[in-house]
Ligand binder design. Structure first.
Ligand code: GLV
Ligand code: MN
Ligand code: MN
Length: 427
């Protein structure tokens, strides 16, 4: 008879750890400011390592500062099953985006041990480096490098607003964790499971506890630079000005008009806007802004992204404008076999469940290129996320971990993970 490891999930312990982790970078409004590779994140990583060591997990890291806590399997030479998410946050993020998936994975490991089990393959709790991309853009850096989508040389020169490079920030993390063994990037994995809050309202509105994720929508991101000329606010006449902010406002309006869609399925966001020199009496000489464009159809995200340079050029007025694409990711779908495993486990455990797509991006996007990958969602209150007010219920948090634990144990203990090369047929 199959062993029920889910019965050993401890909802109280899970919730305590979620709250404890939220102390690292805690904000006054109950959220989290824990940017990738920051001191707050370094301290949170140390806490995770302490928790892992306390239950016999083996911590390690890799050159991209991905953090692994291994529950050694009975056959440790087999590729491990990875389970996790990320612990970096948006500047004013919530307690659960990413952190839920990492703490859920830790609880999953502890429940398996608590059930007196040790799976055939190792199970590794993982926290991927820089999922959010708000300090160093683009995000999902650790999972991209791990999955071979980007190279270290692509990410190392990226700088934050203070001028610090990813290379230097990685060195700081390494210096703070001298005892962590360093593993090679991209080691083979049997699979990856990620639990996450939904960040939308589908589960809440339909009264479902578990969402089995079918797909992640396509995304392109850009950095637009508008160059004008700094001049004196009191003396320069309008006809002579090359005001980068005035041109940037026209460019933004033109982009919003060109990308506007009646059906409201396109997601278009300008979330970062920097004016230089940002002084009250200087005509702005330079503006930089970000574009985040998403849609669930590859053709739409491609076609809309392609018109951006031309729209910017048309609206630039007397200034120069340049557009640099940072990221272009097609929509992806998760394998049906693994989705069915999650749905079956949710059903067995008595949780309502449904399939749904993910409009938000996740590390699972890149992991799915490396190994069979699946995701589950739990509800989050009013769909609020990337916001300090993010909230989930302890009961939903526990339900998600119970489903995760069942499937993680099943896959880690199986002869072969469905979809893995050399195992069962590829999906
Ligand atoms: C991830 O946080 C995203 O922006 O979708
Ligand atoms: Mn996330
Ligand atoms: Mn996020």
């Amino acid at each position: 008879m199959a062993v029920s490891v889910a019965a050993h999930v401890d909802g109280g312990r899970l919730w305590r750890r979620l709250m404890d982790l939220a102390r690292f970078g805690a904000t006054e409004k109950g959220g989290v400011h824990r940017l990738a590779l920051s001191d707050e994140e370094i301290a949170a990583r140390a806490e995770l390592v302490r928790w892992g060591l306390a239950i016999g997990l083996e911590p390690a890291t890799d050159p991209a500062a991905n953090l692994f806590l291994r529950l050694r399997g009975r056959e440790p030479d087999l590729p491990p099953l990875l389970v996790g998410s990320h612990i970096d946050s948006q500047p004013t993020g919530g307690k659960f985006d990413g952190a839920y998936g990492v703490i859920a994975a830790l609880e999953c490991a502890e429940a398996i041990l608590g059930a007196g089990q040790r799976p055939r393959r190792s199970l590794e709790v993982v926290a991927w480096m820089n999922e959010e991309g708000s300090r160093f853009a683009p995000g999902m850096m650790g999972s991209a490098v791990f999955a071979g989508v980007r190279r270290m040389a692509d990410i190392e020169p990226v700088r934050d607003r203070a001028g610090m490079s990813v290379r230097d920030a990685l060195e700081r993390v390494r210096a703070a964790e001298p005892d962590l063994p360093l593993r090679p990037l991209s080691f083979p994995a049997a699979g990856f499971l990620e639990a996450h809050i939904e960040q939308g309202v589908t589960l809440e509105r339909t009264g479902m506890t578990i969402g089995v994720v079918t797909s992640i929508q396509g995304k392109r991101t850009f950095r637009v630079t508008v160059e004008g000329a700094e001049s004196h606010a009191g003396t320069s006449r309008r006809a002579e000005r090359r005001d980068a902010l005035a041109s940037a406002v026209d460019v933004v309006k033109a982009l919003q008009a060109a990308i506007w869609d009646e059906a409201d399925t396109v997601r278009f966001t300008i979330g970062q806007f920097t004016v230089s020199p940002n002084a009250p009496s200087v005509v702005p000489g330079r503006v930089e802004f970000s574009i985040d464009l998403r849609h669930d159809e590859a053709t739409t995200v491609r076609a809309l992204g392609d018109i951006i340079p031309e729209v910017c050029a048309r609206a630039r007025g007397p200034c120069e404008v340049s557009v640099r694409e940072l990221l272009s990711d097609e929509p992806i779908a998760f394998p049906k076999t693994l989705r069915d495993r999650l749905a079956a486990a949710a059903g067995r455990l008595g949780f309502t469940h449904c399939e749904l797509p993910s409009p938000a991006g996740h590390d699972s996007r890149y992991l799915s290129r490396h190994c069979p990958t699946a995701m589950l969602f739990i509800p989050c209150k009013d769909g609020i996320s990337h916001n300090e007010a993010e909230s989930i219920s302890p009961a939903d948090a526990e339900a998600g971990v119970r489903v995760l634990t069942e499937v993680a144990f099943e896959l880690a203990d199986a002869d072969a993970v469905p979809g893995s090369t050399g195992g069962m047929t590829r999906l």
